[in-house]
Write a protein that binds this ligand. Structure first.
Ligand code: F6P
Length: 417
């Protein structure tokens, strides 16, 4: 089987560990492994340049040595991928310019477990959202003989994957009727195998307890709070920290628990009353009364009040300064939460999940659903991708309907106030 791996949506720590583990697991299980540069955009662009000479060379293989094994070891585009995607020629005259679907070997992904971001690139592809774009993507895959896709991304990316799989048979027959592919190719690629791994710092996907990248982002926030704590204590100041998470409060909530925050704003459980300012000031006043020298308030970027009006860090700062007379600063952590080396959990999770993903692809039949590989109660799990995406969307709907109890229980059935 020829399996292509792509990363899509916002990058997250651990995506490279996914690529590494999937390449190695795939090779061990006898698959040919490829990567797609720049997410779905790379599928749409495909390969316009010929294979570089080092791939066309016939390897010198001693008698008795497994040819596939040698081929799998020797591809050698890892350095190009690692050094800015190889949109230039290196000293050996090699380049990945014009090549978005690239075969990789064991050595190419050496030590990728420790690399931040995604070395194969990610992009938000407008073209892939169109029928024409998906036609191009299907054509480019069939041209290279790819029969399975492993996608690591957030809910949007995984939804896109499922749409692509559902549409695949009609894309194939359209390509055949336009004589772009032969009947033999159409028969060989009648079905597409897809599996999804959730790469997102937000931990916002239902039916999995942890998404790849979320533990590292949480760790970054904790470190930031520790740093802020010492300066805040020195000056007896208040700090309002804005953290990422899009529509999900997981990072904010757990960072608050880990860093000893005084007040936390999350989208799924906004303050029950408006104006909420009284509730926040009363809590912080109490903490100051018992001798706390510093104040930490965490605002999730998607936080709002119970009428869905956004709660902004700057406004929280003004309230703390004006009502409580606290010397207050705002710190927006931004993309420092997303980049950098993955923590141990964001290496372990990709390793275990990528292995499961390769098995899911090898076992897939036209009748099996596309699976999302997750983790439930500390065990690697396989759930139909559509179910996970549907439930994730239900959380967003509950919030939009101001049904915060449902939103919170869908996020975490064991949540207690
Ligand atoms: O989904 C990951 C995430 O980092 C969110 O937490 C944040 O809202 C968003 O992506 C930021 O996206 P961008 O990097 O495109 O600004």
């Amino acid at each position: 089987m020829k399996i292509a791996i792509l990363t899509s949506g916002g990058d997250s720590a651990g995506m490279n560990a996914v690529v590494r583990a999937a390449v190695k697991a795939g090779i061990i299980k006898g698959c040919e492994m490829w990567v797609v540069r720049e997410g779905y955009e790379g599928l749409v662009r495909g390969n316009t340049e010929d294979k570089p000479p080092h791939i066309q060379d016939t390897p010198q293989i001693a008698e008795g040595v497994d040819v596939t094994l040698v081929e799998n070891l020797r591809f050698g585009d890892g350095d190009l991928l690692k050094n800015g995607m190889g949109d230039y020629s290196n000293s050996k005259g090699r380049s990945l310019k014009g090549r978005y679907i690239v075969r990789v070997g064991w050595d190419d992904v050496r030590a990728w477990f420790a690399e931040g971001g995604t070395l194969i690139g990610t992009a938000r592809s407008a073209a892939f959202r169109t029928h024409e774009g998906r036609m191009e993507a299907a054509y480019n895959m069939i041209k290279e003989g790819i029969d399975a896709l492993l996608i690591c991304g957030g809910d949007g990316s995984l939804t896109g994957a499922d749409v692509f799989r559902a549409e695949w048979p009609s894309l194939v027959s359209e390509l055949q009727s336009q004589s772009k592919i032969t009947e033999a190719q159409a028969t060989m690629h009648a079905h597409l195998r897809i599996v999804g791994l959730v790469g997102s710092i937000d931990n916002d996907m239902s039916l999995t307890d942890l998404t790849i990248g979320a533990p590292t982002a949480l760790h970054r926030i904790c470190e930031a709070i520790d740093n802020i704590n010492s300066t805040a204590t020195s000056h007896s100041r208040a700090f309002v920290l804005e953290v990422m998470g899009r529509h999900c409060g997981w990072l904010a909530l757990l960072a608050g628990v880990s860093g000893g925050a005084d007040f936390i704003f999350i989208p799924e459980r906004p303050p029950k009353v408006t104006p909420w300012e009284d509730e926040m000031c009363a809590a912080i006043h109490r903490h100051r009364e018992v001798g706390k020298r510093k104040t930490i308030v965490i605002v999730a970027e998607g936080a709002h009040d119970c009428n869905l009006n956004p709660i902004r860090a700057d406004y929280v700062k003004d309230v703390l300064s004006e009502r409580l007379g606290l010397d207050t600063r705002v710190t927006t952590l931004g993309h420092t939460q997303r980049g950098g080396k993955p923590c141990a959990m964001d290496r372990i999770l990709p390793a275990l999940q990528a292995l499961e993903a390769i098995d899911a692809l090898l076992e897939a039949t036209p009748a099996t659903p596309s699976y999302m590989i997750g983790m439930q109660e500390n065990k690697i799990s396989r759930v139909p991708l559509v179910e996970a995406v549907t439930m994730t969307k239900a959380v967003a709907k509950s919030i939009a309907d101001k049904d915060f109890e449902t939103a919170m229980s869908l996020r975490d059935p064991e949540f207690r106030e």
